[in-house]
Design a protein around this ligand. Structure first.
Ligand SMILES: O=C([O-])CC(=O)C(=O)O
Ligand SMILES: [Mg+2]
Length: 387
């Protein structure tokens, strides 16, 4: 068997929302197809992938470097020991040939999208859901029931507290019991008012997480910590610059509750630096590394090894990004859950059709691969790219 093509198209995922750092009016994603010559159930096996919101499409890098390296590799050097399926680690190594270490930049996003498509193809060739394949390879029990929380609460023009409350009510009505909103894009007094509005809306039905998107300097992060610690929050996310580990460490002296970060760390080396220097607490804090932005699952497995070395459980990971790839990793490898954006970034985010959130959890259907074939609006776009 062999990979016959790697195809990319850059698609808009724009919406008129903003967090404390960026607006999403020009946001794009790379949709990637890894086309194989394998046929299953009368259809050619094509693996699909895409990157999460927050970073833009990576068509240039994929077309100029990574695609060609994979296609130029001798096909047999990309196979596993059976010779009948791809080895994602070997495909990854072929894509990364002639790349120096460090300075991860956004090539990690380009490789992450391709890696997602490779794992989708591998699980489809094996004829099993990816989460079951992962659990079997690791020798652990899969758990198809995955915690998910609803991310939203963005700033956008004309949005008042009534609209914010209605948005959060909508998430509770859909079965979520943890919701997330943005902070740091308004003065602290206004954010306090927004937080209180949401807390009075959700009452004891749900918990609230807040996300500053790396906006604060140390002084502001501490001022917010002192305000936020008055409330029983699910977490305080990305207070300062994602690479400012000293800020994160200092903040833990002012914020005893759970904190979360990691969505903008793109390698196992960066994850290791966070655990070494960021003062993160394995008994309460959350790690949000997102494989689609950070060299894919091949790299995420290395990141999970780093966690183990530092005494962290995979249950402390709730990835950023709201895609089905991380749902599979959560169900297969025992992560603590996954993000979801019920109203945003469609059709890329979300769950297969018919999957409902019940008590803040979804149950993975048994679909071969990542499960994109179960989401009709998404698979339509994917098959338009290649099938
Ligand atoms: O607004 C964004 O960039 C997305 C984000 O931080 C999140 O989902 O946690
Ligand atoms: Mg975030």
């Amino acid at each position: 068997m062999r990979i016959v093509d790697v195809v990319e198209i850059t698609k808009p995922i724009s919406s008129p929302i903003r967090n404390a750092y960026i607006d999403f009016t020009k946001m794009t994603t790379s949709l990637v197809a890894v086309v194989t010559d394998v046929v299953r159930d009368g259809r050619r096996v094509v693996g699909y992938g895409f990157n999460s919101n927050g970073r833009y499409g990576q068509g240039g890098l994929i077309r100029e470097r990574f695609r060609d390296r994979i296609l130029e590799a001798a096909p047999e050097t990309l196979l596993d020991a059976t010779g009948e399926n791809l080895d994602p680690h070997k495909v990854w190594a072929a894509a990364m040939r002639n790349e120096k270490p460090g300075g991860h930049g956004e090539r990690s996003v380009a490789v992450g999208t391709i890696d997602m498509a490779v794992w989708d193809a591998v699980a489809k060739i094996a004829g099993v859901p990816l989460f079951r394949l992962l659990a079997e390879r690791e020798g652990v029990e899969a758990n198809p029931r995955v915690f998910v929380y609803a991310a939203g609460g963005y700033y956008y023009p004309g949005k008042d507290d009534t609209a914010l409350r209605a948005e959060m009510r909508g998430y509770l009505d859909r079965g979520y019991n943890v919701v997330k909103m943005k902070i740091g894009g308004a003065p602290i007094a206004e954010d306090r008012r927004r937080i209180e509005a949401v807390l009075s809306e959700i009452g004891s039905q749900a918990q609230l997480a807040v996300d500053a998107n790396g906006r604060f300097d140390l002084e502001t992060a501490i001022a917010y910590a002192k305000m936020l610690r008055e409330y029983p929050l699910f977490w305080y996310e990305e207070a300062g610059d994602p690479l400012d580990y000293a800020l994160q460490a200092a903040l833990s002296e002012f914020y005893p509750g759970p904190m979360a970060t990691g969505e903008n760390l793109f390698s196992h080396q960066d994850a290791r630096n966070l655990l070494r220097h960021g003062g993160m607490r394995p008994d309460r804090d959350w790690l949000q590394f997102d494989c689609a932005l950070s060299y894919g699952l091949v790299e995420y497995l290395r990141t999970l090894d780093v966690l183990k070395q530092f005494g962290w459980s995979p249950r402390r990971c709730i990835p950023h990004g709201g895609h089905q790839m991380s749902l599979n990793i959560a169900a297969g490898l025992g992560l603590g859950g996954n993000e979801s954006y019920p109203d945003l970034f469609q059709p890329y985010g979300g769950f297969p059709d018919g999957v409902r959130v019940v008590d803040g959890h979804i149950t993975m259907p048994d679909l071969p691969g990542i499960g994109f074939e179960g989401k009709s609006d998404l698979i339509r776009e994917m098959r338009a790219l290649a099938e």
